[in-house]
Design a protein around this ligand. Structure first.
Ligand code: HEC
Length: 277
């Protein structure tokens, strides 16, 4: 039996128990949820199947310290459902100390109350004093964009007005830090932006309309700035031999992908370093 099948079976055995009134092995689920050898989606699946409050709470606490934002986001939104006051205090503290805020801002951006706004505005204030970590600036901006309060709109405007003239990328500048490789790969593999129709990501494959991307991460030209421009201004640089020299055949991704998705895809592209194409 393949490894995957084993895992699936494992999952079905523990979760099927519940509808049939059998006892779910919650400790086993907790172990599986915390096992870094399992994939992120699997770990989240195991977590969501835990139906013992105490065990689930312990795993949740560990998820809050994970690097991947999906864990933080899942844990924190659940915390907001269970005990909003505690969750808000936690979020404020987290914004204050400033580490790994992607999942935190993702949750704060969806809320509507004044205290969670305070946490976001605290982030905006840190941004204006340049004491905010680069990697979650995009998430802070997205949270500000998602909030309807006028303080949020004002903070956003202040931030955008503070861009130096040299920043010709505007808000897209923030897609250059903090992307998550796994999410980028999942987006590409799932057909988002249709990259796979026009590009090869592995080194074998039929010739497609666009250049091979299997070693784009190794190419000198492929700086973060070059990659984001490829997505939002495809005709800015046209790769030789593809299309006529001025106009790219690649669609502008501004309408097809969110900034956050572009950030993840760029992080993924940077890891593509296969030899030969
Ligand atoms: C309709 C076809 C098409 C689609 C869809 C498409 N591309 Fe392209 N892409 C091209 C072509 C053609 C070029 C070469 C011309 C140019 O440089 O713009 C290119 C160039 C690029 C380059 C520059 C490559 C280099 O070697 O410098 C990158 C990076 C890139 N695409 C990434 C992507 C990503 C990521 C997606 C999906 C989000 C995507 N493309 C979707 C056709 C496409």
């Amino acid at each position: 039996m393949g490894k995957e099948t084993h895992k699936d079976l494992d999952f079905h055995l523990v979760t099927l128990a519940s509808p049939y009134g059998l006892e779910v092995d919650n400790s086993r689920l907790a172990t599986l949820a915390l096992d870094v050898k399992n994939s992120v989606p699997d770990r989240l699946k195991y977590y969501l199947a835990i139906n013992d409050k105490v065990i689930r709470g312990k795993v949740r606490e560990k998820f809050l310290d994970e690097k991947e934002s999906a864990f933080v986001e899942t844990a924190l939104s659940e915390m907001f459902e269970l005990s909003p006051k505690e969750a808000l205090e936690y979020s404020l503290k987290r914004v204050e100390t400033g580490a790994n805020l992607r999942g935190v801002y993702a949750v704060l951006g969806t809320l509507k109350d004044p205290v969670s706004l305070k946490a976001i505005l605290l982030g905006a204030k840190k941004l204006s004093t340049k004491s905010h970590e680069d990697v979650s600036v995009l998430d802070l901006i997205t949270a500000l964009e998602n909030r309807t309060e006028k303080e949020a709109k004002q903070a956003l405007l202040n931030h955008k007005n503070s861009y130096p003239k040299e920043n010709t990328l505007g808000v897209y500048r923030h897609t250059l830090a903090g992307g998550e490789v796994r999410l980028g790969k999942d987006l590409v593999d799932s057909g988002k932006g249709q990259c796979i129709i026009c590009h090869n990501f592995g080194w074998r494959g039929i010739k497609k309309v666009g250049p091979h991307l299997s070693r784009i991460g190794k190419q000198k030209r492929a700086t973060g700035e070059y990659l984001i421009r490829s997505l939002i201004e495809p005709s800015a640089f046209v790769v030789q031999g593809y299309g006529d020299a001025k106009v790219s055949a690649m669609p502008n991704m501004k309408n097809l992908l969110t900034k956050s998705e572009m950030r993840d895809i760029i992080a993924y592209l940077k890891t593509l370093k296969m030899r030969g194409d």
